[in-house]
Design a binder for this molecule. Structure first.
Ligand SMILES: NC(=O)C1=CN([C@@H]2O[C@H](COP(=O)(O)OP(=O)(O)OC[C@H]3O[C@@H](n4cnc5c(N)ncnc54)[C@H](O)[C@@H]3O)[C@@H](O)[C@H]2O)[C@@H](O)CC1
Ligand SMILES: Nc1ncnc2c1ncn2[C@@H]1O[C@H](COP(=O)(O)OP(=O)(O)O)[C@@H](O)[C@H]1O
Ligand SMILES: [Mg+2]
Length: 294
């Protein structure tokens, strides 16, 4: 199938907020991630979802880090699972997480999740049994890479957001240097699960967004963003846009643009060297205003 390059086509827009709307109008997002030592990843995704307009954001983490995650941002709700010393999400939590997912409009799975065998089995179970649209990132991608047929037959739409290292783990092949070839690789991954509901966001300079038939090369962003946690922020932005009703392709394409623009504004003010992931959160308001949202 020929891949259509739609980079120059207009970006999707986030609809204007109606006066008569309320927080329920803008969607419920659930971030599932975090482990001891990587509480920040889940918090960055949660805060990014709030700053990108999601009506209600809940961050679900192992109990041992719940207070830490909650302390990053009072507007974020948190759920802590397991005993007080539980520092990683485990397979046995799957039924409870599936229950909590039921009233959500979008899930993010993976930031800071950890790599134990039990965590990987949890990821597998959620990927295959949660119907809500899910952004699959970081350690959730590593979990899916552990099963050769792992990505097939998801029970809902999935947006996969690998960096080249995660892409190689998922597919067994290194990313090509040439952008067009890399796009074909990403599209092939998209088609591999044999549904037409998967979008792949292959991150890097000029991040690739593809749904298997279309591809868009992102034009924002800079090397200042090559710093830990910026991908976790992107995951939160995509999740919020899906929660607000954008389709997966539109949400991924707009989120990648918004994320890169936040990075560009941050670099202008702070310089590429000093830019850190949490700075991106502070530039998201300016980005949405620039893009015509009130
Ligand atoms: N503050 C936090 O709590 C943070 C937690 N993080 C979490 O840490 C876990 C591990 O994620 P990492 O991504 O660090 O680990 P990985 O081991 O998956 O990725 C790091 C390696 O992947 C390769 N790679 C990454 N980007 C590449 C690119 N653009 N081109 C070529 N190779 C590339 C490189 O070899 C790099 O050293 C995840 O759960 C993640 O969410 C990180 O996001 C960093 C911040
Ligand atoms: N040189 C670069 N130019 C533009 N964007 C970049 C560059 N390096 C990294 N980024 C962006 O930063 C993010 C890094 O994501 P990721 O590797 O998942 O980081 P982490 O897991 O630490 O959060 C991606 O969105 C990527 O596109
Ligand atoms: Mg990452």
């Amino acid at each position: 199938m020929a891949l259509k390059d739609v980079t120059s086509e207009p970006l999707p827009v986030l609809p204007a907020r109606e006066d008569e709307s309320h927080k329920g109008t803008y969607g419920r997002a659930l971030v599932v991630g975090g482990s001891r030592g990587k509480a920040g990843a889940a918090a960055l995704a949660g805060k990014a979802a709030l700053r990108s307009g999601a009506g209600l954001v809940t961050v679900l983490v192992p109990r041992a880090i719940q207070e830490t995650v909650a302390s990053f941002e009072p507007a974020m709700m948190t759920v802590g699972l397991g005993a007080s010393n539980c520092d990683e999400l485990l397979q046995e939590f799957a039924p409870e997480i599936k229950e909590l997912a039921k009233d959500k409009n979008c899930l993010a799975l993976g930031p800071g999740l950890g790599t134990s065998a039990s965590t990987f089995r949890l990821v597998h179970s959620l990927y295959h049994h949660v119907e809500q649209t899910m952004v699959v990132d970081a350690d959730a991608l590593n979990a899916m890479a552990a099963w050769s047929e792992g990505l097939k037959h998801p029970s809902g739409s999935r947006i996969l957001t690998p960096h080249p290292g995660e892409f190689e783990r998922l597919t067994g092949e290194p990313c090509a240097d040439e952008a067009r070839v890399r796009a074909e690789q990403a599209a092939a991954l998209c088609r591999r699960d044999m549904t037409d509901q998967t979008v792949v966001v292959l991150k890097g300079h000029h991040t690739i967004v593809t749904d298997g038939s279309r591809v868009s090369f992102n034009q924002t962003g800079n090397p200042g963003m090559a710093t830990g946690g910026t991908g976790d922020v992107l995951t939160g932005i995509i999740t919020a846009l899906v929660a607000q009703g954008l389709e997966t392709w539109e949400a991924a394409r707009l989120a990648v643009h918004v994320h890169g623009l936040a990075g560009d504004l941050a670099a202008e003010k702070l310089g590429q060297v000093s830019l850190i992931a949490s700075d991106l959160l502070n530039f998201l308001p300016e980005v949405f205003l620039k893009m015509g949202n009130r």
